[in-house]
Design a protein around this ligand. Sequence first.
Ligand code: ATP
Ligand code: MG
Ligand code: MG
Length: 273
Amino acid sequence: MFLLRDYKDILKKIKNKKPLIHHITNYVTATDCANTVLALGASAVMADDPLEVEEVVIHSDALVLNMGTLNQQKIEAFILAGRKANDLGIPIILDPVGVGGTKLRSEALKRILKEIKVSVIRGNMSEIKHIYGIEEMTRGVDSISDSKDGGKEISKAIAQRHKCVVAITGEIDYISDGNQTFSIRNGHKMLTNITGTGCMTTSLIGVCCGATKDIFMATALAISIMGIAGERAYEDLQDKSGIGSFKVHLLDAIGGFTIELLEERGRIDGLSY
Ligand code: ATP
Ligand code: MG
Ligand code: MG
């Protein structure tokens, strides 16, 4: 049974441990990801040169591999850091940004999943569907299909295939470890109007996984934090179309997340309160 107190425990561990999250990530959203990690009281380091990633990951509690603005050097860095993290038992969270959109990204994804063991894959529906092998062209990086479309089955199947936790985000989020699946109905459409909320969600997963061995609950908690923060940020917004202010409110709301808010607002299917 999954309980609210498991979430409470993870939040306490984040506070005490202040996990360090090594990111090999894109240049579009790196600052937002770093601030997201800081908002939860953890630390972030962005380092992507193949000559230093192995040294950096040794001191980290989780490794985030984000495929945005991909290049060949970054792929080498993923593999080197990933192998080292595997040797040390450090959890790896993979964000397959835009996979299916180009050959480079699809080949990189195949190589990553073959050569390193990831703990979590978090993507939108079109990215995850590509991994599932459904013929579909990803149009750039935005999700072209709805996560209501078979999200539960697809997340479960990929989790089983790759022996990891899979999270599909969208209007409804699905989190599966191949055995249990949660669906979460928090969030706000405004989260899709600014770039980076997916990357930020992946970084939140990094923070939660950096604090506990319970990767499934850590992933589900991180997704609830983003969903509830998105709702509160929109409520706090005076100009309801102001994407700049929305981002500021979003970071504030991530930092202001509490277990009481989760209890009040959490719309999690699968959790016992
Ligand atoms: P990015 O543009 O940063 O790459 P992404 O496509 O990888 O984003 P999304 O699936 O957009 O990631 O998820 C980002 C956040 O927005 C998640 O918290 C998700 O739950 C939320 N979200 C996405 N779509 C909706 C929606 N239609 N309604 C409510 N919340 C949503
Ligand atoms: Mg999106
Ligand atoms: Mg994304």
